[in-house]
Design a protein. Structure first.
Length: 422
């Protein structure tokens, strides 16, 4: 699809329009606040609110009214809560754009938050938290994240804690909404086959009229920084499971760091693709894992590099030794080091992924809103590909030396660690 985003402003609310010739339209609202804005006593309020707004709004008062309205036109909808942002979207065929706009507008400005459904929704979210706690791989990831970000707001689960959820009140949800759901901290996006921009803007102005004005707060957050004097930590959680599920995290780099695309390409070789070192060496050549991979996370002030795997207990030490060997060697010129030829392969692969992602309407809108919210501009696919193409082998080695410090490794392992001899 062609990508020509247009940014307009409706009485303080920025709107991103991306027109294409598909048969669908997607409307999304993004709020520049997530779980890291919550204090400990309201942990999980944003995620709880994300769930609870669907239990009824002024024009869709029944708890199933929104579901039925979308299903009747064959549409789809969803919502999410992250550490730094949250969003709500509805996708329909192009003829039902007014319905999509109305539902999103209702969710972010006119929810009823009915008391009678509150305790049941609390139960649902407590079960969601229990589900993640019970899964060894997700438990390892949660414990690693706590170790990496210590006692900060980022280190907590987006869902909150069992205690904070049991103590949750509707007033905490409305407090979160009143503080963050305003025109200065919200973006609206429409992607798809819409006609008549003037009429569309009138529609959006009508459906989002109740959003209050407010100043931009996205850069007012307390900045987090890793303490250079504090080394990594190790967390062992004993459980009678068949595998040793491990999650490893290291301090990364912030969203706008000049080496960010070098890091993305390093991740491609570490565990972010099926031609990565970890996938080929640990899974394919040795059969020591079914699930193994790596990823990066970046915020406006800080970032992280993550590695996860489910490993056989009897091979845990051997597998971890190999993983560390690969990590420390990526930025060197030896056996595991990235070569010029491999870097070119990674660039082509990454650029191909960019093209495929920009062929998906929801991805397009998500990228555009995220870029505008946290960087103040929207990158086109060609601009992203240009930044990828400009990465040098020197930058790859530089970012490896910056990230892969043995003293900064945070490791969480879930399993019978006595059988692993660790």
């Amino acid at each position: 699809m062609s990508f020509k985003p247009k940014v307009v402003e409706l009485d303080g609310l920025k709107v991103v329009l991306v027109k294409d010739d598909r048969q669908s339209v997607t409307v999304q609202a993004m709020i520049g606040a997530g779980s890291r804005e919550e204090v400990e006593t309201e942990a999980g309020a944003g995620h709880f609110l994300e769930h609870f707004v669907f239990k009824g709004t002024q024009e869709f008062p029944g708890m199933f009214d929104i579901n039925e309205a979308v299903e009747k036109v064959g549409g789809a909808y969803n919502a999410y809560t992250g550490y730094a942002d949250m969003g709500f979207w509805v996708k329909t065929d192009k003829d039902n754009l007014p319905l999509a706009a109305k539902i999103v507008g209702q969710l972010v400005s006119k929810p009823l938050l009915p008391e009678k459904h509150f305790s049941k929704e609390r139960g649902t979210i407590l079960e969601e938290l229990a589900m993640y706690e019970d899964r060894p791989d997700s438990k390892a990831g949660m414990e690693m994240w706590k170790a990496l970000f210590k006692n900060s707001n980022i280190g907590r689960s987006i869902l909150g804690t069992e205690r904070s959820l049991k103590e949750m009140e509707i007033s905490k949800l409305t407090g979160f909404m009143d503080k963050w759901f305003n025109k200065g901290n919200m973006l609206l996006g429409v992607v798809g086959n819409f006609s008549g921009e003037k009429e569309l803007l009138k529609l959006l102005e009508k459906e989002f009229a109740k959003i209050i004005k407010g100043r931009v707060r996205v850069n007012d957050k307390d900045k987090f920084s890793f303490d250079s004097k504090v080394n990594g930590a190790r967390r062992l959680i004993k459980r009678p499971v068949e595998q040793a599920n491990m999650a490893m995290g290291l301090p990364g780099i912030k969203l706008t760091h000049p080496l960010r695309y070098a890091l993305y390409l390093v991740n491609y070789f570490l565990g972010g693709s099926t031609i990565s070192r970890l996938f080929k060496e640990v899974r394919e050549k040795r059969g020591w894992a079914y699930s193994i991979g790596s990823g990066t996370e970046s915020f406006v002030d800080v970032g992280a590099v993550e590695i996860g795997a489910g490993l056989p207990k009897e091979k845990f030490k051997d597998a971890m030794g190999l993983i560390f060997e690969i990590m420390w060697g990526l930025g060197e010129s030896g056996k595991w080091g990235v070569t010029e030829e491999e870097l070119e392969v990674a660039k082509q692969g990454y650029k191909g992924r960019v093209s495929l992602n920009f062929d998906k309407p929801e991805k397009v809108l998500g990228y555009a809103l995220h870029d505008l919210m946290f960087e103040g501009m929207i990158y086109t696919p060609d601009e992203i590909k240009k930044m990828v193409e400009e990465v040098t082998l020197r930058e790859v080695r530089e970012v490896c030396r910056l990230i892969f410090n043995p003293e900064k490794v945070n490791l969480a392992v879930v399993g019978d660690y006595q059988e692993m001899n660790i």
